[in-house]
Design a protein around this ligand. Structure first.
Ligand SMILES: Cc1cc2nc3c(=O)[nH]c(=O)nc-3n(C[C@H](O)[C@H](O)[C@H](O)COP(=O)(O)O)c2cc1C
Length: 212
């Protein structure tokens, strides 16, 4: 993204740490950086447990996160004419006015160097039947935009995937390093769709939403 990195991500993106409850066996969650804590994971700054905290193991962390169901998007862009894109569940809305959305990309992503050069990108919110498309845009060593993927260029030449639940075309607004990921914030400049059924990801599996 061409926007200059800012100093701090919004507070809602600070990490959670689990802290043993006083005198008990349970654990509660606290936001790192809350109440004067000085070890928030911002940029490449080192994260050290404060007194009383027990560092969380990766498996424990993954297990807790797996309980969170998320919508699935494919972020696409076309910097210099070549389409690029990747599957993400870290997409979220940030602000209504101005209309801002965000996602996080792994610093190890091989898509990021090209994506980071794009002035505009599209968030393609996948529909419930697009499991194969989600898997394809997470797979290495394939041409993600070749058939059977169907797409067409949209506003600012961003690749718009077909049959998705909705599109949001964004202008790059902000990026910053947060831990081992990069926070990308986009200003939404155009949208389409919005009434399709979404594809969800939960406990390592794809599924769809059953309204009550
Ligand atoms: C359901 C699902 C959700 C994902 N969410 C993210 C995400 O939010 N951020 C991210 O960087 N990678 C995410 N990934 C992984 C990327 O899609 C994948 O690692 C990436 O496309 C690998 O290719 P790359 O190195 O070309 O970027 C997700 C993968 C799947 C299957």
């Amino acid at each position: 993204m061409t926007a200059a990195p800012d100093e701090q991500p919004p507070a809602s993106h600070l990490r959670l740490v689990s802290v043993p409850e006083q005198g008990g066996r349970g654990r509660k969650f606290r936001r790192v950086g809350e109440e004067g804590e000085s070890h928030a994971s911002i940029g490449s700054e080192e994260v050290r447990p404060a007194g009383g905290e027990v560092p969380i193991g990766p498996e424990e962390f993954r297990q807790a996160l797996a309980a969170h169901a998320a919508g699935v998007v494919v972020v696409t862009a076309r910097p210099g004419g070549e389409p690029v894109g990747l599957t993400a569940t870290s997409f979220t809305s940030v602000s209504l006015a101005p209309p801002l959305v965000s996602f996080y990309v792994d610093q190890a992503s091989t898509t990021w160097p090209a994506l980071s050069k794009a002035e505009y990108f599209a968030v393609n919110v996948l529909a419930s039947h697009q499991v194969e498309l989600a898997a394809r845009f997470a797979r290495k060593g394939v041409d993600r935009f070749a058939a059977p993927t169907r797409w067409s260029p949209g506003l600012a030449d961003v690749p718009l995937l077909e049959e998705v639940a909705s599109h949001l075309v964004c202008r790059a607004h902000h990026t910053s390093e947060v831990g081992d990921h990069i926070l990308v914030v986009g200003l939404v400049v155009a949208t389409a769709g919005g009434d399709g059924r979404p594809l969800l990801y939960h406990q390592g599996r794809f599924g769809d939403f059953q309204p009550r």
